[in-house]
Design a protein around this ligand. Structure first.
Ligand code: SAH
Length: 343
């Protein structure tokens, strides 16, 4: 096992079978090696991103997601520009220098001008901050328009790199090929791009995960967002099992060894399946955390999965908790944009 981990650290990729072998292991050497790789680039610094969940309307019906359009038990909302700027103001005061605007695929924003004006307003007030968008699949022209309006980064998880598995998680009209095309377009336009997947999603096998790593090798993204799948009661996946902690940590370490420079979040979903999940993620090689800056009264309306943490905690408190938890394991949360380091 250790030889294989060393091989991954040097060659930055493995064969499908070798990836599967590491994924199912429990040797702490994997995490140690991954943490060391991260430390050589980013030291003990962890970047924070302020997550602003600005709309929970979604036209899609992904089988795993609590925001799916068929879920009629969610009250839907959109934040006004003033509410979004309030989130940014609070975040800026707390030391956030990246804001992540995330939402469902909301038809209201088909008029790119709406989103572009939000981006321009944030950039005008906070020119030293980076903006990450995470609003799903759009046309190349739309991505370009939003980039020109000030978006720096874009998160679009590919969810699974296996087309057949993709079709078990999504309605028939959604295609893996169009996700991949979007990621390619985003990269070519000049965004710092993040793809990613859920660990332990329904019917996922180790072969699927190995295929995810090979796809990521090929795409060579700046960020990768992964977290365990967690069931949501009002979805067709309600009775599925949640993804495992060890498997998620192993996947994080593998991604870190594949690219020591990667911006790799320790996600809220990881903090949801284990009380110290986000610290364990950092110890496994992650270097980003994304606390929630959304207004308190909308938090419970943005539930992708059940049991999501921090829906009752205000941002100041969350920032303090993260600071203390990470300090306790030897890491420091920094006030910085935290751009990708291209060596
Ligand atoms: N509409 C945006 C944002 C989607 S929500 C987009 O399409 O990119 C962000 C991520 O949450 C998704 O990409 C998915 O990987 C994750 N997610 C959704 N439902 C989940 C669940 N039940 N458990 C864990 N993660 C989930």
């Amino acid at each position: 096992m250790r030889k294989l981990i060393d091989k991954l650290a040097v060659e930055r990729t493995l064969t499908q079978d070798e990836f599967k072998h590491i994924l199912s292991g429990t040797d702490p050497y994997l995490q140690e090696r991954a943490a060391k790789a991260r430390d050589t680039v980013y030291g003990k610094q962890v970047f924070i991103r302020g997550l602003i969940e600005f709309t929970n309307y979604c036209k899609h019906d992904c089988y795993y997601c609590g925001l799916r359009c068929s879920n009629t038990s969610v009250p839907r909302y959109r934040l006004s520009l003033e509410q979004i700027l309030d989130c940014c103001r609070l975040g800026y005061d707390l030391g956030f220098r990246t804001f992540v605007l995330q939402g469902g695929e909301d038809e209201y924003y088909t008029d790119d001008a709406t989103l572009a004006s939000i981006l321009c307003a944030i950039k005008e007030h906070y020119p030293d901050c980076a903006i990450t968008l995470s609003v799903g699949e759009r046309s190349r022209a739309s991505y370009k328009r939003l980039f020109d309006a000030g978006a720096d980064r874009y998160l679009l998880r590919h969810e699974t790199a296996d087309a057949e598995h993709y079709s078990t998680l999504h309605p028939a009209h959604m295609k893996l090929a169009s996700r991949k095309q979007c990621l390619q377009d985003l990269k070519e336009i000049g965004y710092q791009v993040g793809c990613g997947f859920m660990v332990g999603s329904p019917e996922q096998t180790l072969d699927h995960l190995a295929a995810d790593f090979l796809f990521i090798k090929e795409l060579d993204p700046h960020m990768v967002g992964i977290g365990p799948f967690i069931p949501h009661a009002d979805t067709p996946c309600a009775s599925e099992k949640a993804g495992g902690l060890q498997l998620t940590l192993n996947a994080l370490s593998i991604l870190r060894l594949m690219n020591p420079n990667l911006l790799l979040p320790s996600t809220t979903a990881l903090g949801t399946i284990a009380p110290n999940g986000r610290e364990l993620g950092v110890l496994a090689g992650a270097n980003v955390v994304m606390p929630n800056l959304s207004p308190m009264d909308t938090r419970k309306k943005y539930l992708l999965y059940d049991g999501k943490i921090s829906t009752d905690d205000d941002p100041r408190y969350c920032r303090d908790v993260i600071d203390r938890k990470l300090q306790a394991i030897g890491y420091e949360v920094v006030t910085a944009r935290g751009d990708y380091i291209d060596l």
